[in-house]
Design a protein around this ligand. Structure first.
Ligand code: FAD
Length: 480
């Protein structure tokens, strides 16, 4: 057994852990990062990046299919093309190439900043000691392969960044044709019929992609509508588009399990009837839960918040010098939140005064159309007793939206009635993900409606809908 000591020991090299390590390295803190899987964590390997790559490939294929089919003859754009085909192996290889470039980049950044990467699974012995055993394969960048032997590392600060895992349904366990997002992102073949259990953002992003790649898709959701965590006005265009694409939606329905021959999914539909739907593959996307077991975390007896590790607004746990960030600490489980927390913890350890108090954290669904929520919705504001005004500007009145055939959707602003301080933005439509930057900056900088209404926005852009929503809330939108 080898022994090492360090100032900061990070368990988990996802966006939370690797960003903390890079910042700590920049600040001259002696840092060891332990990663049992791949650098980049869920986000780069089996989450944000690969899903967006697959969504893009599916969209391109779908466009080509549309122009080749009846859509070609009727296409207002006058484009017609021959029937396309797709080699899914090459698509997956292209996606893997992006993942490799990004994870390799993370390894290089860690090396450049003097972070020691230890490859292997960490086991917590106490709040200052961790044991790492057995690494799988070679590391990236400055990796130290623990290669079967055990390394014991003592630290002054322990940062937990072990992320989350897909929730498994006991009556529909993963294996065979029942897959999680991880397997769905690397298909060897396309299924004839994919049943997606769960109409949250992960299920819908992947379900839409598979549909556009040519699979028949059925979505089963226990709630009465898709994207149940989002407000109805935002979810409605997404549901309409799913139906237009030919996705079968079974709402208020619960899955009971697989049939005996494994070829169909049994479920109870909205009317209470038990029915079976044939399925070549079943994607279970019913949520993620913090990864808190299997590595000795329990032995620390930390205060918990349900299944998540409880933290304060500096990401301190209930034990001195034990910190936690990212999905391990619960909702919102988003990569950019994990990164922001990681950067902050490194700075606090370096002696800077920091607190995690963002004015807002954007959430984006890369569905079709995309959905963005930043800050408070009108309903949230009402619940908090804030007297607010809100106004929407439809994409149908935006020139740029017309030129990209994306007139479905709107941008909505929520602001305090008394001083016009903007407290929230919501949008649904083409490319609204890219508007999230403008939304979150306006809230973080404390903008009022007049600031956004009075800013010259480039023409013709979708961003003009942002300015017009602010003007509309002030009662004088120009283009509607
Ligand atoms: P993770 O990224 O999960 O990383 C944790 C790391 O810790 C892993 O690499 C794991 O191997 C390692 N680890 C765990 N235990 C140990 C141990 N004992 N020893 C050593 N290593 C260990 N978020 C967004 O913001 N935008 C999106 O578009 C988006 N899309 C997503 C799509 C999908 C399909 C999925 C599944 C998730 C998506 N997410 C998205 C969520 C995002 O991936 C997570 O919020 C983010 O990765 C959390 O970062 P993290 O650092 O907390 O944990």
């Amino acid at each position: 057994m080898t022994m090492e000591t360090t100032t900061l020991l990070i368990i988990g090299g996802g966006p939370g852990g690797y960003v903390a390590a890079i910042r700590a390295g920049q600040l001259g803190i002696k840092t060891v990062l332990v990663e049992g899987g791949q650098l980049g964590g869920t986000c780069l390997n089996v989450g944000c990046i690969p899903s967006k790559a697959l969504i893009h490939a599916a969209e391109e294929f779908h466009k080509a299919t549309h122009y080749a089919g009846e859509g070609g003859a009727e296409s207002a754009l006058g484009i017609r093309t021959a029937a396309p085909s797709i080699d899914i192996t090459r698509t997956v290889a292209w996606k893997e190439g992006i993942v490799k470039r990004l994870t390799g980049g993370v390894g290089a950044l860690l090396k450049k900043n003097g972070v020691q990467v230890v490859r292997g699974w960490a086991r917590i012995l106490d709040g200052k000691t961790v044991e790492v055993t057995g690494a799988e394969g070679g590391g990236t960048g400055a990796a130290n392969d623990a290669g079967g032997q055990t390394t014991r590392i003592r630290c002054e600060h322990l940062l937990l960044a072990t992320g989350s895992e897909a929730v498994e349904l006991p009556f529909l366990p993963f294996g065979g044709n029942v897959v999680s997002a991880t397997e769905a992102l690397s298909p060897e073949t396309l299924p004839g019929h994919l049943v997606v259990v769960g109409a949250g953002y992960i299920g819908l992003e992947l379900g839409t992609a598979y549909r556009k790649l040519g699979a028949r898709v059925t979505v089963v959701e226990a709630a009465g509508r898709v994207l149940p965590a989002y407000d109805d006005e935002l979810a409605r265009p997404v549901a309409a588009r799913l139906r237009a694409l030919g996705v079968d939606l079974h709402l208020e329905s619960s899955v009971l399990g697989l049939s005996e021959d494994g070829k169909s999914v049994r479920m109870k539909n909205g009317g209470g009837e038990e029915v079976a739907i044939d399925a070549d593959r079943v994607l279970v996307a019913v949520g993620r839960r913090p990864r808190t077991s299997g590595f000795g975390l329990e032995s620390l007896m930390l205060d918990m918040n349900g299944r998540a590790v409880r933290i304060d607004n500096q990401c301190r746990t209930s034990m001195r010098n034990v910190w936690a960030i990212g999905d391990l600490t619960g909702e919102p489980m988003l990569a950019h939140r994990a990164m922001a927390q990681g950067e902050m913890v490194a700075e606090i350890i370096a002696g800077k005064r920091r607190h995690f108090m963002p004015a807002a954290i954007p959430a984006v669904c890369f569905t079709d159309p995309e959905v963005v929520v930043v800050g408070l919705t009108p309903q949230d504001a009402a619940k908090q007793g804030l007297d607010c005004i809100s106004a929407s500007f439809p994409y149908a009145a935006n020139g740029r939206a017309m030129t990209i055939e994306g007139t479905e959707g709107f941008v909505r602003v929520v602001a305090r009635k008394d001083n016009h301080l903007i407290v929230g933005w919501q949008a649904v439509g083409s490319a609204v993900a890219e508007l999230s930057t403008a939304f979150v900056q306006s809230i973080e900088l404390g903008a009022q409606l007049e600031d956004i209404g009075g800013t010259i926005h480039a023409h013709p852009t979708l961003g003009e809908a942002v300015q017009e929503a602010a003007l509309r809330a002030l009662g004088h939108a120009l283009h509607i």
